[in-house]
Design a protein around this ligand. Structure first.
Ligand code: COA
Length: 262
């Protein structure tokens, strides 16, 4: 575990920060001394998470934000500046997804997911990056990916294509903004036990068993494990890591190979 003053006084925006992994990251960043800005589409997700963070003694601002709308994103950055006077970390965690055969996916369904994942990540990175450049103190941007961004993933053509775009964006901005001391990285969680994913994706014993067979370490990840890795990547311990992706999936995406001995 990172020491409790690791992110002392730093201001972190987490999109989709009210639930699941976003919330776990907010809790870990707060434990490490950060001030938090939680931005999600729905206000009702934000307040319970903010209340929990305040209980831990963290300073928190909630800004209902649809990342698809650049004007709302700009407003979120403006409110962050007004409240905290600075901005140090952005986590692009907001996402939207559903499983659908490519041939059945409507143009609107495609647009909805690409808009949230790819366009939303750019709008947030752009608005925050401009502010970090103006501040002249550097910063850290971290985007959440999925392994199907590089393996492909049947049923997720919209999300896989959008996340692959975010991976390319990560590498591009890492080089472009290094001169401004902004580090840009990605983190890729595999199967993680969150309220949302557990019910929707492996809610029955049969699908849970099949899933576990695919994970070499034989278990799901915990939100805390992902949050600790995210905190490391935005901390000064990772100051020489730029344009990288860190995958936490128990080795699942590597597959078992076709000459498997087990
Ligand atoms: N299967 C097929 N198409 C779907 C779908 C599904 N499960 N869910 C949404 N769509 C389509 C809609 O039919 C619509 O297309 P249409 O106008 O051609 O009918 C289009 O996607 C937009 O749907 P809408 O519900 O209006 O979008 P939204 O912008 O309010 O929300 C999502 C988009 C992706 C966020 C929404 O599908 C959702 O709530 N998903 C589950 C929650 C989630 O994604 N959590 C994050 C997990 S990473």
């Amino acid at each position: 575990m990172l020491p409790p003053n690791t992110l002392q006084g730093q201001v972190a925006i987490i999109t989709g920060g009210g639930t699941g992994l976003g919330r776990a990251m907010a809790l870990e960043f707060a434990r490490l001394g950060a001030k938090l800005v939680l931005a999600s589409r729905s206000a009702e997700h934000l307040e319970p998470a903010a209340a929990k963070l305040r209980q831990q003694g963290a300073e928190v601002l909630t800004v209902p934000t649809d990342v698809r709308d650049p004007a709302q994103v700009d407003r979120m950055v403006q409110q962050t500046k007004e409240r905290f006077g600075q901005l140090d970390i952005l986590v692009n965690n907001a996402a939207g997804n559903f499983v659908c055969k490519a041939e059945d996916l409507s143009p609107n369904g495609w647009r909805a997911v690409v808009d949230i994942v790819l366009n939303g990540t750019f709008f947030c990175s752009r608005a925050v990056g401009r502010e970090m450049i103006a501040q002249g103190r550097g910063g850290k941007i971290l985007s959440v990916l999925a392994t199907y961004a590089w393996t492909g993933g049947p049923g997720t053509v919209h999300s896989a294509a959008a996340k692959a775009g975010v991976l390319a964006m990560t590498r591009t901005l890492a080089v472009e903004w290094a001169q401004h001391k902004i580090r840009v990285n990605a983190i890729t969680p595999g199967a993680v036990q969150t309220e949302g994913a557990s019910g929707a994706l492996w809610g029955n014993p049969e699908s849970a068993r099949k899933l576990l067979e695919k994970i070499p370490v034989g278990r799901l990840g915990s939100p805390e494990e992902i949050a600790q890795a995210a905190a490391f990547l935005v901390s000064s311990y990772a100051d020489y890591i730029n344009g990288e992706n860190l995958t936490l999936d128990g080795g699942a995406w590597l597959g078992r190979g076709f000459l498997a001995v087990q």
